[in-house]
Design a protein around this ligand. Structure first.
Ligand code: GRF
Length: 230
């Protein structure tokens, strides 16, 4: 088995989570490398970030295809050509069909700015504030066909403040996303975790993920190991 996993990142826009993954992959002992960035939108600002980082970045514009299937066929081909082990969706705003999702089952990650299964879909932060939750956050999960669903790899909780606006809450959660996604990809790429049923559990022989590198707050999940004797 390869020790450094090859990753293709899918984006549609700004690309700040992609940048966090690029930075993580530059660390000496990080178990993943980015082999290609694919945007379904030609105007995505993230494309420039990828190019500046010296990564092969291409556009597969979904609007140029007559059907979802035709778009996904080329997308799949481009990922296979990159010899990818894993896909990271990072602000990729396109629903994928069951055919594509099953081809990459347990090898495709997504990040969503809420504590799933709460607030799937768009306008997450507005809805969290309307619902009056005191805690929101972000989730990295394996992709399944239903939108924003699938086995949860890691979560980070973020406090909702009394004077929060959707933008303020989004900005604080985004900071947590940038810590969480590299941590979650590390866990998957180093085979520290595996999927059993609908849950992500530590792989046999793996005790607990190493939180020391991500400066994890107590509300990061999975939780840190109990203190000795605990
Ligand atoms: C992030 O909030 C991510 O959780 C969501 O879309 C946003 C993308 O931001 N899926 P960026 O493109 O990574 O900056």
């Amino acid at each position: 088995m390869r020790t450094v996993k090859k990753v293709v990142i899918l984006i549609s826009g700004r690309g700040s989570n992609m940048r966090a993954l690029i930075d993580a992959c530059a660390e000496e002992d990080y178990p993943a490398e980015i082999v290609k960035v694919i945007s379904n939108r030609p105007e995505a600002p993230g494309l420039e970030i990828a190019a500046k980082a010296g990564l092969p970045a291409i556009v597969i514009d979904h609007k140029a295809y007559p059907s979802r299937e035709a778009f996904e066929s080329d997308l799949h081909q481009a990922i296979v050509e990159a010899d990818a082990d894993l896909i990271c969706n990072a602000g990729f705003m396109r629903l994928l069909t069951a055919t594509f999702v099953e081809k990459w089952r347990d090898r495709q990650l997504n990040i969503h700015p809420s504590l799933l299964p709460a607030f799937k879909g768009l306008h997450t932060h507005e809805r969290a504030l309307e619902a009056g939750v005191r805690i929101s956050g972000c989730t990295v999960h394996f992709v399944r066909t239903d939108m924003d669903s699938g086995p949860i790899i890691a979560q980070a909780a973020v406090e909702v403040l009394a004077d929060d606006t959707p933008d303020r809450l989004a900005a604080r959660i985004l900071k947590a996303e940038h810590r969480l996604y590299p941590m979650a990809l590390r866990m998957v790429a180093s085979s520290e975790v595996r999927v059993v049923g609908d849950r992500v559990v530590p792989a046999p022989g793996c005790v607990e993920p190493d939180f020391s590198r991500c400066g994890a707050a107590p509300l990061f999940s999975p939780p840190p190991p109990p203190p000795d004797g605990g």
